[in-house]
Design a protein around this ligand. Structure first.
Ligand code: NAD
Length: 479
């Protein structure tokens, strides 16, 4: 079986210990690749190389235009290898090929955006009381530790790597243990595009080792983390030790609010993918549908019909719309929540069964829950599986109150033909990313991030510059 080695300082190497671990294909439960497992010594070496490289200035002091050109070249290479990368993502993460191709295209778009943005990262000139000139510079922070989850492995890696590099930092990426392969390949591509040696490392390692050796390393200047709220809170505590800069993209429990005046069929067609897409393993999953009572029954009928028509199947089958969950444990988590929901008094309108025609992979038929109260655990906690709760409401005020009655605040949607209402609800919902008559909330060019326990910091768009730069003020006296 093929072994994927670490990327350490831009070179492919085995782990110092020689340790490897197998990756299972979620669609079959069978091993398909071995991956080198980084340990403390590999992390120590990678951090020292990244720090030394940062200090030499081979990247941090290269002209911004030259840095941008390398990112643009990498974007082209990603597009040229779209099919290879998409197949890896489909096999490793269980994504349907059509989604996997979209995600590779998105990663290329992110590299393109930052390739073009690199030489547009600017400071200011500021009028001050003394005679002279006050200017600010945006300088790279140093060595960045970038920790990513398994649900969108390549996309989220690109969200962090591209802006961090555009700003002149060196990076160490810690991908999720379950899905490291596409990020290793992205590092190969960046090296091929001309990234100098020492600028990037990708180290698949168990979370606890990364926490202790990487996050708390005194030469790490910045940690960018995407993952669960529990681990995010732990990382924030670890960062306190060295006053390491940290940004956190965490969980979600988005409300998808449908008013009676909405185009119901359009909202249903969109909403099934907004919650069941990626098999529900999406921090932006619209997992709480809030539907105005006068159309509640009609909406549920349309939703059930559209959900029943979803094609659940093998990721490599071009017809598949919904693949398996990432692991047996992740599927069990959804099954446990479905059992809990019924104990709490909810009704399973449809789905929630393990399909008998897919006996070996981690498949689950998308489930719709009704008779749900927003205070039930299934409506409050992030399930991260193909389960949606549908809750009725009467008034606009009640819809906003229910939408906000969770600990999270990442995303949300509102469906209505009334412009004033759309605006009032979008302003009223305490979440970082809202959409009106759409469930799309992720755009390469626009800021993305959470309120409340969904974290802080904005990735994407030029807002990400704030995550990966320090601001320096310099006063030039005229006298
Ligand atoms: P997770 O928190 O278990 O792991 C995320 C990453 O952190 C992995 O690389 C893991 O190995 C690493 N990690 C775990 N313990 C660590 C430690 N002690 N120190 C350092 N690193 C450690 O999350 P997951 O299960 O991979 O992903 C699912 C979660 O991610 C969900 O809660 C989801 O909502 C969230 N997520 C959020 C966003 C967003 O942008 N807000 C995007 C995708 C996923």
């Amino acid at each position: 079986m093929e072994t994927a080695y670490l990327v350490l300082g831009g070179e492919r190497v085995p782990a110092v210990t020689g340790k490897t671990f197998p990756l299972l294909e979620p669609a079959t439960g069978q091993p398909f690749m071995e991956v080198a497992e980084a340990g403390r010594e590999d992390i120590e070496r990678a951090v020292r190389i990244a720090h030394q490289t940062f200090e030499t200035g081979s990247w941090s002091r290269l002209s911004a235009t030259a840095r941008g050109r390398i990112l643009l070249k990498a974007a082209t290479l990603v597009r040229e290898r779209l099919e290879q990368l998409a197949t890896i993502e489909a096999r490793n993460a269980g994504k349907p090929m059509r989604d996997a191709r979209d995600e590779v295209g998105l990663a290329a778009a992110v590299l393109e955006y930052w390739g073009g943005a690199a030489n547009k990262i600017m400071g200011e000139t500021i009028p001050v009381q003394d005679t002279g000139l006050e200017v600010t510079l945006r300088e790279p922070v140093g060595v960045c530790a970038l920790i990513t989850p398994w649900n969108f492995p390549l996309v989220i890696a690109s969200w962090k790597i591209a802006p961090a590099l555009a700003c002149g930092n060196t990076v160490i990426v810690k991908p999720a243990q379950l899905t490291p392969v596409s990020t290793l390949l992205l590092a190969d591509i960046l090296m091929e595009a001309g990234l100098p040696p020492g600028v990037i490392s990708v180290l698949p390692a168990p979370g606890a080792i990364a926490g202790n050796s990487l996050v708390t390393h005194p030469l790490i200047s910045k940690v960018s983390f995407t993952g669960s709220t529990e681990v995010g809170a732990h990382i924030m505590r670890l960062c306190a030790e060295n006053i390491t800069r940290v940004s956190l993209e965490l969980g979600g429990k988005a409300a998808n609010i449908v008013f009676a005046d909405a185009d119901l069929q359009r909202s249903v067609n969109s909403s099934v993918f907004a919650v069941f897409g990626n098999c529900g393993q999406d921090c932006c999953a619209r997992s709480r549908l809030l539907v105005q009572r006068s159309v509640y029954e009609e909406f549920n009928q349309l939703l059930a019909a559209r959900t029943a028509a979803l094609r659940v199947g093998q990721p490599l089958d071009e017809q598949t719309e919904i693949g398996p969950l990432i692991s047996a444990a992740q599927r069990q988590r959804s099954l446990d929540y479905l059992a809990l929901a019924q104990q709490e008094g909810a009704h399973v309108l449809m789905g929630g069964n393990v399909p008998s025609e897919q006996p070996n992979g981690y498949f689950l038929q998308p489930a719709i829950l009704t008779q749900v109260d927003n205070r039930m655990r299934v409506a409050q906690e992030e399930i991260f599986g193909p389960v949606v709760t549908v809750i009725p409401f009467d008034t606009e005020e009640e819809a906003i109150r229910l939408a906000n009655d969770v600990a999270f605040g990442l995303s949300g949607s509102v469906w209505t033909q009334n412009l004033g209402r759309a605006l009032r609800v979008a302003k009223g919902v305490r979440a970082g990313v809202l959409s009106v008559n759409s469930n799309h909330s992720v755009h390469t060019e626009a800021p993305f991030g959470g309120y409340k326990k969904s974290g802080f910091g904005r990735e994407m768009g030029m807002h990400a510059v704030q995550l990966y730069t320090e601001v320096k003020s310099i006063f030039f006296s005229q006298e």
